[in-house]
Design a protein around this ligand. Structure first.
Ligand SMILES: [Ca+2]
Ligand SMILES: [Ca+2]
Length: 238
């Protein structure tokens, strides 16, 4: 087939129009302090950086920054999604984070860095069905900071890794983990807990062959309650 010049120009124009018509597979919207990040049935990759009430969402090579945020809800739906969320900067964080990873083999990483004094962070994570991986990193809680994590890994062979740093005076960390059905692995590494600070960890292995690895000072073993794990490995960290 031979195209004349007019047909070639027309084809080029159509190509350019398609490239310019960006169809985002992930959308972000804000309503009264709640930022909602919504994926689709395909595999979505999302990076979220929170600095105080300022939150930047990067997906598909494009970034958008929102201010005045107190709640972030990420609903990634089906597909094997990847969510990386990190906290940065020196602003005092008070943030609620809801993650729904949906079906598919999802990877959700949250790095809290050091929570500032009096920061308050609530994480609600639902990994949905599939062989999911969740990791929470934290360098420590400053004075009077509070952290709550409620995690449901649901069905599939899931891996959950938690690492919390020193909890300073007046600080409080509360962790509730449901591993769901499947052969799951939980690892938890816990730093110092000051005398008037609090650490409470509860995890349920549920059905399947589940392993738990706990790394902590022996004085903290009573702060960790494990049910439904076939094998529990306690490792003393001083
Ligand atoms: Ca998705
Ligand atoms: Ca999932």
């Amino acid at each position: 087939m031979f195209w004349n010049n007019e047909q070639k120009r027309s084809a080029q124009l159509r190509l350019e129009t398609l490239e310019n018509r960006w169809c985002p597979s992930v959308t972000s919207g804000i309503t009264e302090g709640t930022l909602t990040v919504t994926g689709d049935a395909r595999a979505n990759g999302v990076r979220i950086v929170a600095n105080g009430d300022q939150v930047t969402v990067t997906t598909g090579g494009r970034s958008q920054t929102f201010t005045g945020i107190d709640t972030v809800t990420a609903d990634l739906r089906g597909g094997s999604d990847r969510l990386n969320m990190s906290f940065s900067g020196n602003a005092s964080q008070t943030l609620n984070v809801n993650v729904m990873a949906g079906t598919g083999n999802d990877r959700v990483f949250i790095d809290l860095n050091q929570l500032n004094a009096s920061a308050s962070v609530n994480l609600n994570v639902d990994l949905g069905a599939g062989h999911d991986s969740f990791r929470l990193m934290n360098d420590g809680l400053s004075a009077n900071a509070s952290l709550a994590l409620s995690l449901n890994a649901r069905s599939g062979n899931d891996r959950v890794a938690l690492a919390l740093g020193t909890i300073s005076d007046g600080g409080s960390a509360t962790v509730n983990v449901e591993m769901g059905t499947g052969n799951d692995v939980l690892s938890g590494r816990f730093g110092e807990v000051n005398e008037n600070a609090n650490l409470s960890v509860t995890a349920n292995g549920a059905a399947g062959r589940d392993n738990a690895y706990i790394y902590a000072d022996t004085s903290l073993f009573d702060n960790v309650t494990l049910n439904g794990f076939e094998h529990v490995f306690w490792r003393i960290v001083r």
